[in-house]
Design a protein around this ligand. Structure first.
Ligand code: XMP
Length: 511
């Protein structure tokens, strides 16, 4: 089989490391992130066509700073050092670094003096910088090929050895020509082509799953979210009828969502057992108002229902998980930067189901790649571009007790809000948007009648990672339209508020 060309991203703990990998893949080059401490043997075994050292919070001349075996520079593999990565390269190869007299942070104008990294790029443009240390003397054989007002070695090169360094962050979109710098390194220096395409990935992944599963039985917990749906579509292509999906409909989904999931899977011919368990969930949630208790009850009940259904199917050989690449990296397996996650999806790992092995067919993909794969596999756009939805569903968007009546009110109001966001063409730029039914009632007037009904809150946020988020500046006329429609079309709502808090100090969800 033809070797898959690939780049190794060595992670020195910087905050943009996942972005580096994403940008490389966006250039059509497959890459993986590994911790900086990876042994030289492991690096050689990975056989990269290029290596990128990321930035990191350490200072090269400090004791205990992450250092790499110098023999890496003898492998003959092109290397690009970014920020800390550049400083490390200089320090190890006989140059030196110092604290910068001027700390550079933000958008900084940079001028280059040619060289492979800057081929085709205008002489002066803005790049994103974030550093308090800089290269003081260059390592032998290197020349500085770019500077800013405060930094004389904003980029360095040793073309004979194919070693390059940049003080700026090409992966950050504020770097106007950042992607071109990366492309110049990948295509121009490493000699790679844009060949990492979903169509070919999909073919390989299907074959891989087929070979692994053989004639075994496969089980998948379908939530209706993007990841589990794409995983289901992929496995179905690979093993057809040997795959069974269990879709626990806890009755806490958005309007018509359960049916949409079934329709999408039906079109592909995926075998899905839908369990309508709303009554069970609502019975257990009766009288419960505390958010964490709601989460716990739903999580437990989900496992119970799934277990009962799985038992009916009998012994399975493989259980499919929709783990994606950022989960792998964030859990510390891939790289150095560890993010602690506070949320779990409903269900987690059903450890009681008797299976031989786990299959994680999306383990190497970023979210946007999972979406591309979904389209490739024939899933509808609406499902593939679905906004994130919490496992406990609408139960944490009905403040106070969750009842069938209150869920119905919220479902209708939420559907109108989403429809208006889509009508305004904002559904891809706003990362999450939904309605919350509060337990507050207030006085209103409709026609000549006094009303005493619920207050609804609308929430919309823009964010990259959901760890922090800004409230979205939705145009007033869009809010007005949604508000008018909701009070007119949905009974028992007579007042609507728009949530104008960011995260922090608020969270995205109200509970
Ligand atoms: P917060 O409210 O913590 O939400 O700012 C951040 C992101 O996580 C989602 N979220 C959850 N997802 N189970 C989930 O699967 C949960 O219990 C849960 N709580 C919040 C939320 O929708 C947002 O995308």
């Amino acid at each position: 089989m033809k070797k898959q060309h690939r780049v190794l991203v060595l992670d020195f703990g910087g905050q943009y490391n996942l972005l580096v990998a994403r940008r490389v893949r966006e250039c059509g080059v497959y890459c993986e992130i590994k911790p900086w401490s990876l042994s030289l043997e492991a690096i050689e075994a990975f056989a990269p066509d290029g290596i990128i050292f990321t930035g990191g919070p350490a200072t090269v001349f400090d004791k205990g700073a992450p250092i790499i075996d110098k023999k890496i520079f003898e492998l003959g593999v092109p290397i690009l050092g970014i920020c800390y990565g550049q400083q490390l390269m200089m320090q190890l190869l006989g140059g030196s670094c110092r604290l910068s007299p001027v700390r550079e942070y933000g958008k900084i104008e940079l001028t280059h003096e040619g060289g492979a990294l800057f081929a085709g790029i205008e002489k002066t443009s803005v790049f994103w910088m974030s550093h308090g240390v800089e290269v003081e003397t260059l390592a032998p054989g290197f020349r500085a090929c770019a500077h800013t007002a405060g930094c004389s070695a904003a980029a360095v090169e040793n073309p004979a050895r194919k070693l390059y360094g940049v003080q700026f962050h090409p992966e950050v979109l504020h770097s106007v020509h950042g992607t071109e710098v990366l492309k110049n390194f990948l295509y121009g220096v490493c000699g790679l082509k844009s060949e990492w395409k979903m169509a070919s990935y999909s073919k390989e992944a299907i074959e891989e799953c087929r070979a692994k599963v053989g004639d075994g039985k496969v089980l998948l917990a379908l939530s209706g979210g993007v990841d589990s749906s794409v995983a289901a579509a992929l496995l179905h292509r690979a093993v057809g009828e040997q795959l069974t999906c269990i879709f626990v409909d806890h009755g806490l989904l958005r309007k018509n969502e359960g049916d949409q999931v079934m329709d999408a899977m039906g079109v592909l011919g995926v075998k899905v057992v839908r369990v309508n368990a709303q009554e069970r969930f609502l019975t257990r949630l009766k009288g419960v108002t505390e958010p964490e208790r709601k989460r716990k009850i739903i999580g437990e009940e989900f496992i119970r229902v799934f277990e009962e259904e799985a038992k009916k199917i009998g012994k399975v050989d493989f259980l499919v998980q929709g783990t994606i690449y950022p989960d792998v990296v964030e859990s510390g397996v891939g790289g150095e930067s560890v993010v602690i996650k506070s949320h779990h999806n409903v269900g987690g790992l059903p450890d009681y189901v008797d299976f031989k092995e786990i299959i994680e067919p999306l383990r190497r993909l970023f979210k946007d790649e999972v979406r591309q794969l979904g389209i490739e596999l024939g899933l509808p756009e609406a499902l593939v571009w679905r906004q994130p939805f919490p496992g406990p569903g609408l139960a944490i968007r009905v403040i106070g007790e969750v009842t069938e009546e209150r869920l119905a009110i919220l479902r209708d109001a939420d559907a109108i809000f989403r429809e208006e966001i889509a009508n305004a063409g904002l559904d891809r730029s706003i990362n999450q948007y939904f309605a919350v039914l509060t337990d507050l009632r207030s006085v209103g007037v409709m026609g000549d009648e006094r009303t005493y009904d619920y207050t609804l809150a609308l929430r919309a946020v823009e964010t990259q990672d959901f760890m922090t988020a800004n409230w979205s500046r939705i145009p007033y006329d869009v809010l007005e339209k949604a508000s008018n429609r909701i009070v007119n079309e949905v009974k028992h709502i007579n007042r609507i508020c728009y949530d104008i808090t960011s995260k922090p100090p608020a969270t995205v969800e109200w509970e």
